[in-house]
Design a protein around this ligand. Structure first.
Ligand SMILES: C[S@@+](CC[C@H](N)C(=O)[O-])C[C@H]1O[C@@H](n2cnc3c(N)ncnc32)[C@H](O)[C@@H]1O
Length: 266
């Protein structure tokens, strides 16, 4: 359906992993020009503060125990604001195209004649890789990188293509995997990934508060428990993650636990 010029438009913008200086200039300009801002829980206050005075600010994600807005409500809200002629910015953590539901939102709006534009952002895996010296691909070691989600539904891990995941030459970047990490590592080991495969979990990637815990694959779940993160966590699995542990020394050792875990701050 052609777009209606009397309606506003919706920019679906990646805010990056946290700090405002990891946004693209285009993303920053979009927020500075917003008349209505709908932002997810992972978008930090510093970024929201870039919106101009008078901009309608609506938080759509869960923070401090409050419930998230239903996706259908977000759709309708964006549409209503755009039909008032406003420039709407839908601000998402990281990159909108990585587990950001951007496809659904774009389809909903375009089907109703609203012009949309997607502005990319730095995804959590890239932020973690840069901050902790873990190349997602590494010549001769990691030939592929695979972004996957290790979400659970009803306490069970969502079905994934385990054969393609359990590949020694792939770096796995796993989003939303914290609660499923035990099931996930057991499944990867059962599919044949070597026990000494290096793994790391990174909390608050990109921010000064970032922390990394490194462990061999079978010990990752216990290592994460030792870390006890309160922020978002990204998991990296594969030979390239060995460099995360290589930068650690004895003073970085976590308190003794059943699992050898190395925790490092950014
Ligand atoms: C719904 S997904 C959104 C991902 C986002 N679109 C991106 O590109 O980073 C949310 C998950 O991304 C990961 N994540 C997002 N920001 C993160 C950060 N700063 N540090 C570590 N993990 C992060 C966590 O696994 C979190 O549960």
């Amino acid at each position: 359906m052609p777009s209606d010029l009397s309606t506003g438009r919706v920019l679906l913008v990646g805010a990056g992993p946290g700090p405002a200086d990891l946004m693209t200039i285009r993303a920053m300009r979009a927020v500075q020009g917003a008349q209505a801002l709908l932002y997810d829980a992972l978008v930090c206050d510093e970024v929201v503060a870039l919106a101009p005075p008078g901009c309608v600010r609506i938080q759509t994600g869960k923070r401090a125990g409050r419930a998230s807005m239903a996706q259908e409500t977000i759709h309708r809200l964006m549409l209503r604001l755009a039909r008032r002629g406003l420039t709407v910015v839908r601000l998402k953590g990281g990159d909108p195209s990585i587990f950001g539901r951007v496809g659904e939102e774009v389809d909903y709006l375009r089907d109703r004649g609203v012009e949309t534009e997607v502005v990319p952002g730095v995804t959590a895996a890239c932020a973690a890789a840069a901050q902790f010296d873990i190349p997602l691909t590494h010549r001769g070691v990691a030939r592929r990188v695979l972004f996957a989600t290790a979400r659970t539904e009803g306490g069970r891990l969502v079905d994934l293509d385990w054969t393609s995941l359990a590949d020694g030459q792939t770096t796995l970047a796993l989003y939303m995997g914290r609660s499923a990490v035990g099931q996930l590592t057991r499944q990867l080991l059962a599919e044949g990934l070597a026990e000494d495969t290096p793994a790391a979990a990174i909390e608050n990637a990109g921010a000064p508060s970032a922390r990394l815990v490194a462990a061999r694959l079978p010990d990752l779940a216990a290592a994460l428990e030792t870390m006890a993160p309160s922020g978002p966590v990204l998991i990296l699995i594969g030979e390239a993650a060995a460099r995360a542990a290589a930068g650690l020394d004895a003073s970085d050792l976590a308190p003794p636990t059943a699992a050898p875990a190395l925790i490092r701050k950014a």
